[in-house]
Ligand binder design. Structure first.
Ligand code: DGL
Length: 275
């Protein structure tokens, strides 16, 4: 389907990006949005660099073909493993006037205001953590901050399989948080570096001392997008504004709709898309 209007594309490997889209729509309701979840190939978190890049590029191309001028990779794994190459190598050839933005940079830009001790923790998929994207980006803005990371490979499967209220979820959340805090007990701010994790926030809080700030990305990314659009009127004027949201999934639309409302906070009616 090629749209006549120009929605803002929001992409994730699956459902997680809906937690970001929800905040973006809250802050910027006038724009049109097109959400694409590559559920058929999720999770991305344990896949190789090359595979995540290839899948992400394919989805970005698809969103461009559907008439998006701007695409947000609302997925840390894709932002960590594919964004830079797409921006630097593919965009100039593919669509020099279109833009692709990620979720890691906006989060790291603001991390300084959440920590007093200067010790920050990052929780993410194995891919995001192995890429070292968070420590590298935080170092650019705040060289004085110490960053400690923990890969949580079970958290996305727990969420995707609707087990986030189970005892199994408690087991893995407690285990990963204890491991992170054992590495650096001075941590006073933790980034939820995966867009799936806000669904686990109640359980995460249960196993953390109350003085530790938990940073989810939705609001930060929405703020940063508003700011970006204000600074780029040439792109902003191309983005259509009918307040329309369309959802697509590469897997079953029925399954997507059943799960998606938990992430998005309201009923979702999606369409199946063949890449
Ligand atoms: N939601 C994605 C992220 O923010 C990860 C999900 C996955 O492993 O596919 O990293």
């Amino acid at each position: 389907m090629v749209y006549k209007h120009a929605p803002i594309g929001v992409f994730d490997s699956g459902y997680g990006g809906l937690t970001v889209l929800k905040e973006i729509v809250k802050q910027l309701p006038a724009y049109d949005y097109l959400y694409l979840g590559d559920n058929a190939r999720a999770p991305y978190g344990t896949r190789s660099f090359e595979t995540v890049y290839e899948y992400t590029l394919q989805c970005v191309r698809q969103l461009f073909d559907m008439n998006c001028e701007l695409v947000i990779l609302a997925c840390n794994t894709a932002s960590a493993k594919a964004l830079r190459t797409i921006q630097q190598k593919d965009l100039p050839l593919l669509a020099p006037n279109k833009r692709v933005l990620g979720v890691i940079r906006p989060t790291t830009e603001h991390i300084g205001k959440y920590t007093k001790t200067g010790h920050v923790g990052v929780l993410g998929t194995s891919g995001t953590i192995a890429s070292n994207s968070y420590p590298i980006e935080i170092e650019k803005f705040y060289p004085e901050i110490t960053v400690c990371q923990e890969a949580c490979p079970m958290w996305v499967p727990i969420v995707e399989n609707n087990e986030f209220e189970s005892d199994g979820a408690d087991y893995f959340i407690k285990k990963n948080l204890e491991s992170l805090l054992a590495k650096d007990p001075e941590i006073d701010a933790i980034i939820l570096g995966c867009t799936h994790y806000p669904l686990l926030i109640d359980k995460i809080k249960k196993y953390l001392p109350s003085h530790i700030a938990l940073i989810a990305q939705g609001e930060i990314v929405a703020d940063s997008l508003g700011d970006y659009l204000a600074r780029h009127p040439e792109l902003e004027t191309k983005c259509s504004k009918n307040g329309q949201i369309d959802f697509y999934t590469t897997d079953s639309a029925e399954n997507f709709d059943r799960q998606a409302s938990m992430f998005f906070g309201e009923t979702v009616k999606s369409r199946h898309l063949v890449l």
